[in-house]
Design a protein around this ligand. Structure first.
Ligand SMILES: [Zn+2]
Ligand SMILES: [Zn+2]
Length: 131
């Protein structure tokens, strides 16, 4: 289970979206977390792990939002410092308007529903999580 997980329900169209933050505690190395990455990013990270000296790696599901249309995203974010001076940090684009996503800086409730674009989200704890 990731460190945190919740759902956001839209008060306008009733769409429910699932979000998670962080990574599973068993995914304690970058090698184990690679499976969450997709496409080109996954290939690039595998290559860095194999061919370079990794100094520091930060990874986990994170909340991002589009600065233009305020749509929320939940990518598996990754940042790798390697070979003393190199940095690998992919950018994420909004599917709706192609803007570069930013880490969210406010509460989830102030962002827009992916389905209808209205800002009527409310968060509810994930019922799948047990202590
Ligand atoms: Zn909605
Ligand atoms: Zn957008």
């Amino acid at each position: 289970m990731p460190e945190q997980s919740f759902q956001a329900r839209c008060g306008h169209c009733n769409a429910v979206e699932h979000f998670q933050i962080g990574h599973d505690s068993t995914e304690n190395s970058i090698e184990k977390a690679v499976k969450h990455l997709e496409g080109k990013t996954r290939i690039q990270v595998r290559s860095i792990i194999q061919k370079h000296h990794i100094d520091k790696a930060e990874y986990g599901f994170a909340l991002y939002a589009c600065p233009k249309c305020q749509t929320l995203y939940n990518p598996f974010a990754i940042k790798i410092e390697y070979d003393d001076i190199m940095l690998f940090q992919p950018f994420y684009k909004c599917n709706q308007c192609n803007s570069t996503l930013m880490k969210i800086s406010a509460a989830v409730e102030s962002y827009a529903c992916k389905q209808c674009g209205e800002k009527q989200l409310s968060t509810i704890p994930d019922p799948d999580i047990h202590e």
